[in-house]
Design a protein around this ligand. Sequence first.
Ligand code: ATP
Ligand code: MG
Ligand code: FE
Length: 340
Amino acid sequence: PLILGIETSCDETGAGLVRDGVLLGDALASSMDEHARFGGVVPEIAARAHLEALPQIVRAAVDRAGVGFGDIDAVAVTAGPGLATAVQVGLAAGKAYALSLGVPLYGVHHLAGHAAVDVLEHGPLPGRCVALIVSGGHTSLLVLDDLVRDPIVHLGDTVDDAAGEAFDKVARLLGLPYPGGPAIDRTARDGDPAAITFPRPLTSARDDPYGFSFSGLKTAVARWVEQHRGAVPVADVAASFQEAVADTLSRKAVAACREHRSATLLMVGGVAANSRVRSLMAQRCAAAGIELRVPSPRLCTDNGAMIAAVGDLLLRAGLPPSTLGLGMRPTVTLSRALIG
Ligand code: ATP
Ligand code: MG
Ligand code: FE
């Protein structure tokens, strides 16, 4: 079966076509530049941009896939979590495509999409594995069984900021452009990761082993920058901050795999695109005999293929579709891939 996936939860407008675990084509637009001068995504601007871009993006994805609209067997669309006005545009469009094509609609959890996209590059997920989702709004360690049939178990989540949010905030206080993650990644290449020892939050023996906290780390960077005003070695600060995040994420993820006897770690979400997070995680997984699965950087950040990937799994698992009365769920937590 051929699935059209639609993603509009934040500032990326994405569409993708997936058939039996294979990505046939996708297209992406972003309103990122329109938000840059505000330092963060403005929901109304994002929603307007989705409305304008979506028809062309869907058509471009269909063309690139070399299929016709009549070949589509189901539509999958992000129903949450995300910015309410942004999710609403994609959801309305998804319903319209499903209704006009006469095919079922699947409401998809955006974070399940981040995980499912890996299937398109690396094949079916193992039956049970530990997953680390590190994105702009979420940071969670999970145990996955069958991604679309089974409930998703949370080992730990962030108690304050998400890892991506910390990248964005630290970039801002270093005067780097928005979005901050890619800017810090680039800037850190010229810096010394050992120049400054920033805290590794929640890594002492007394702490929740799988909980995360990034707001204290951000504050530590802010304080350091304040104390060295006029002479801030931006590349060193960026590299040292990035090292603290990579160290914290990899220690906890490897410990979770050990405790839960998972031979595989799945790392997904926008921060999984970070070069140092990838290399340190790879190094520590290799040392622990754990297979690391991470999507290519371009599929780590938001896109339409990831939503089609979930729809493809849902349809092939024979799960009942959502109804056209499906409402958006801007704050839904990740417990199931399907949002009915
Ligand atoms: P969520 O998925 O939690 O709803 P989101 O969809 O906004 O949030 P993603 O698209 O998964 O988040 O990822 C965006 C985040 O990833 C941003 O915070 C961005 O700074 C970060 N990011 C992207 N590339 C990199 C990178 N190379 N290094 C570090 N962070 C990065
Ligand atoms: Mg984005
Ligand atoms: Fe995302």
